[in-house]
Design a protein around this ligand. Sequence first.
Ligand SMILES: Nc1ncnc2c1ncn2[C@@H]1O[C@H](COP(=O)(O)OP(=O)(O)OP(=O)(O)O)[C@@H](O)[C@H]1O
Ligand SMILES: [Mg+2]
Length: 493
Amino acid sequence: MMPELDGPGVCMRIRKQHERPYIHIVLLTSRSSKQDVVTGLEAGADDYMTKPWDPAELTARLRVGQRILQLEDRLTGRKQTEEALRRSELRVQRLVDSNIIGIAIGDLGGKLIDANAAFLGLLGYTREELLSGNMHWDNMTPPEYLDRDQRAVEQLRNTGVAAPWEKECFRKDGSRVSILIGVVTVLSAQGDAESVAFVLDISERKRLEQKLRHAQKLEAVGSLAAGMAHEINTPIQFVGDNARFLQDSFHGIADMIDRYEELCEEADKGAVRKELLERARAAREKADWVYLRRDVPNALEQMLDGVGRVATIVRAMKEFSHLNQSVEKTAADLNKALESTLVVARNELKYVAEVETNYGELPLVMCHLGDLNQVFLNLLVNAAHAIGDAVKGTGEKGRIGVRTKQEGEWVEIAISDTGTGVPERIRERIFDPFFTTKEVGKGSGQGLALARAIVMEKHEGTLTFETEVGKGTTFYVRLPVNGAREAKEMVAS
Ligand SMILES: Nc1ncnc2c1ncn2[C@@H]1O[C@H](COP(=O)(O)OP(=O)(O)OP(=O)(O)O)[C@@H](O)[C@H]1O
Ligand SMILES: [Mg+2]
C-alpha cells in the first residue's frame, strides 16, 4: 500500500497508466462492507478478497485471473489476425480495382468466372458477358498459341504456378492483343482449385520491338545496298558490252544479207552476174562472218547469263526483304532462304571468305521467314567480320560454312567461321542488347540480341554457339519444324 493512496486509488492509477498489457487486479482488503467492495471494483479491480486471506483461495483466484488474461490474449490475437486479413484483402482488392493489371479468375478447364475491369476492357467484353459464363480462354486464344498454353496449364497443375509467358488473345471484335500472362492456382471458398491469371497488355512493347526489328532490317539492307549495286553492276556491264558488240556487228551482217538478197533475185531471173557475186563475197568478208558466226552465240549466251544473274540477285533481294508483317507463321524452304541471303550478302563476304554450303534435306518449316533471313544475315555478317579481323593484313581468306540438317521434329542451321573466336570473358554478354566489340559504324550490338529474340521468342527455338579463340565460331539455330516447341522433343544443346 502506498502511503497516500488507498486500494481503490492504486487501482485507478494502474488502469490509467497501463492500458496494455492488461493487468489483472485482485484487491486485498480488510474492510468488508459492500460499499468498499463496490468502490474497489469501480476503481478498476477485477476481483477482491477480504481478510483473513486463505492462501489456497488466493491461488485459486489468481488462476482465475490467469485464465481471463489468456482469454483476453487469444481474443486480441484473433482480432489482430482478422485485422491483418482485412488489410491484406483491402490491398488485393485495391490491386484488382486499380486496373493497372488485368486479373481473371477461372476454373482449371479454362472457363472464366470473374475478372476485373482492366481485363474486360483489354479484351472488349462487358461484365454481363463475363457473367453469362460463355467466356473461355480457348475461344480467346489464336490456334497457334494453344500448344504453348497447354504446357502452361500442365505446369500450373503440377506446380500451382505457370511462369509468365507472352501470347496473343482475340478481342471480342476479333482483333488481337499481345499480352504477358502469369497464372497461379488458389482454392475457392468451396475448396475447388481456381486459376488466377495476371494479364499485362504488351502491345506497345511488341510494336516497338517490331519497329526495331524492321529498322534493323532496313539498316542491314541499307548497308548491303552498295555491295548489291556492285554485284548487279558486273553482269550488267557485260550485258552492255555484248549488246554493243552485237549492235556493231549488225551493220555488217545486214549489208551482207542485202547483197545475198540481190544475188537471189538475179538467180531467180536466170544467170548471175560475176560482179554481184564479188560484192556479196566482199560484204561477207567485211562483216567478218567467220568470226561472227562463232562469237555471236557466245555473246548471246553471256548476255542471258548476265541477265540471269541480275534476276537471281533481284529475286534474292525480294525474298530476303520478305516484308511480310503477317502474324501467322508460313511454311518455308530454309535452304532456299539461306541461298537468297548468301546472294544478298555476297559482296560482304567474298573479300574475306569462301562460302561452303552443305544443305541437308529439310522439310518446310513453319516460320516468320523475313525475320529468319535477318537472323541468317546477322550471323553471316558477324562471321565475315570475325574472319576479317583474323586475316587482317595477311591477304588470306577464311571459310564460312553453312550447313543444314533435320533432326526429328527440329531443323538445325549451323553457320561457322574460321574467325577470331569469341574471347571467354565476353561469351556471357554477346547476346546482350547493344553489346559490341566493334567500332562505331561497323556494329551497334543489336544483331545477336535480335537474333535471339526472333529465334527463341518468336519461334521457340534455340540459338547457341561453340567457339575457340584463334580457331573460329559456330552458331547453331535450331527451330521446331511445326513452329512450336514440343517440350519432350527438345534437342539437347
Ligand atoms: N562469329 C563471331 N565470331 C567472333 N565474335 C563474334 C561473332 N559473332 C558475334 N561476335 C561478338 O559478339 C558481339 C555482339 O554481336 P552482335 O551481332 O550482337 O553485334 P555487332 O555485330 O557488334 O553489331 P550489329 O550486329 O548490331 O551490327 C560482337 O561485337 C562480337 O564481339
Ligand atoms: Mg552483328
